[in-house]
Design a protein around this ligand. Structure first.
Ligand code: LRH
Ligand code: MN
Length: 409
């Protein structure tokens, strides 16, 4: 395998160099790629139609971090884990931070939960009840305290708030409640911290959602202040939305804070990243690379947000991490000079073919090379490497069935 991969790598390197692509720069940026995985992606989770408990699912936050470390061990691009409160609440956050460090990972974004408590059934920041809003802001304050305890830089905010029937709520009064609360949260943060405001068009509310699209999130963030940025969850768009255009627009406006990567066929399906529409993911990364080249994409939080219901959860996470490596690699080898020339000349076919030829390039030898340089096990095939490790079988034997808390568990 390695001899063939080395040949394939040398051929690819020669082909790219002949096109004027700086392969050393491409490899350096791939080695620096950092994707955050969600603690809840390792736990048993499901839909309203049920949760299929998997043998070996983690029973505690520590075991979620152990599983996250496995994903990082075979891909090299997943050094941090997002936590969700209270699903991941622990007694001693400093102790968890130390434990995570022994595994080679760290605590990442902190996600408040303002959608499961009974009090929030008519909203949290958008609630007409002053006490409920105060309670919601207090929960977020607790999460900011956790950020300060573990040195996390990102507060990841999603609100289920909305209504399901016309007349049920007053859009403008709720909007003002939201702004008031978001401003209070902005004031809790220091300059090294960012509040990420996630939008979603529907579910669990099915008539209106208070932060329904990128424009509403951008307006709330701009009014709240410079520590507030927009979070783009790929599953939170109505059919036909052009997400790569939204990403370019937010990047150029200095409002892109980060991503929740996943994939969908229909709605907020939370499927494996790159599993349904890898071309869209590549086009999103093509805008990110253009932004990086122009120095406007430095402070973007790259996070996965998926619900792992039927596949082995660690294998599915590795699939997603590899899909993000592949998309970034293909975006990095787009011949930007040829693309701009074709665009300015109105050569539509030339421009499109420039983009498509990068997408059609098999970049696996490049990923094999960076994993080899990083000293990762089984560099040609991380999934095979994980399977050969026997970790899943050992976890199933050791932990049995009946894992810990997560989406719907
Ligand atoms: C809402 C969402 C949000 C999370 C949850 C796990 O759909 O995308 O980011 O809090 O999933
Ligand atoms: Mn999300």
């Amino acid at each position: 395998m390695s001899h063939n991969m080395d040949n394939a790598y040398q051929q690819l390197k020669t082909m790219l160099t002949d096109q004027g692509i700086d392969v050393n720069d491409v490899e350096a940026r791939l080695k620096a790629q950092q994707i955050e995985t969600p603690s809840w992606g390792y736990a048993d989770s499901g839909t309203r139609f049920g949760v299929f408990r998997q043998p070996g699912a983690p029973r505690s936050v520590r075991e979620k971090f152990e599983d996250a470390a496995q994903a990082h061990k075979f891909t090299g691009n997943a050094p941090s884990v997002a936590v969700h409160i209270p699903w991941d609440t622990v007694e001693d956050w400093t102790e968890l931070n130390k434990f995570a460090a022994t595994l080679g990972v760290r605590v990442g974004a902190v996600n408040p939960n303002l959608f499961q408590d009974f009090d929030y059934r008519f909203g949290s920041f958008g609630s007409e009840c002053k006490d409920v809003r105060a309670r919601a802001v207090a929960h977020v304050k607790d999460c900011v305290d956790i950020m300060n305890a573990v040195g996390s830089k990102s507060l990841s905010l999603w609100f289920a708030d909305g209504t399901s029937y016309p007349g049920q709520g007053d859009f403008r009064r709720r909007k003002r409640h939201f702004q008031e609360c978001l401003d209070q949260v902005h004031a809790m943060l220091n300059d090294s911290q960012t509040m990420l405001v996630e939008y979603k068009p529907f579910e669990p509310a099915f008539y209106h959602t208070d932060i329904a699209d990128w424009g509403m999130s951008a307006a709330f963030c701009t009014a709240a202040g410079k520590r507030a940025k927009v979070l783009v969850d790929l599953g939170h768009h109505l059919p036909g939305a052009n997400i790569e255009h939204i990403v370019a627009f937010l990047l150029d406006s200095g409002l892109l804070g980060g991503f929740h990567f996943n994939n969908r066929k229909y709605a907020d399906d939370d499927l494996t990243t790159g599993s349904i529409n890898p071309y869209e993911l590549f086009l999103i990364y093509s805008e990110l690379v253009a932004g990086e080249n122009d120095g406007i994409a430095s402070n973007v939080a790259y996070m996965i947000d998926e619900s792992h219901t039927v596949k082995n959860k660690i294998e599915e996470m590795i699939q997603s991490l590899v899909a993000l490596q592949v998309s970034y690699a293909k975006a990095l080898i787009v011949n930007r000079g040829r693309l701009q020339t074709a665009q300015l000349a109105g050569d539509i076919v030339g421009a499109e073919e420039t983009v498509k030829s990068a997408f059609a390039t098999d970049v696996r030898p490049l990923l094999w090379k960076i994993r080899t340089d990083l000293g990762l096990p089984n560099p040609a095939d991380p999934i095979e490497g994980f399977r050969k490790s026997g970790y899943a079988e050992a976890a199933a034997k050791d932990r049995g069935v009946g894992g810990g808390s997560g989406l719907g568990a």
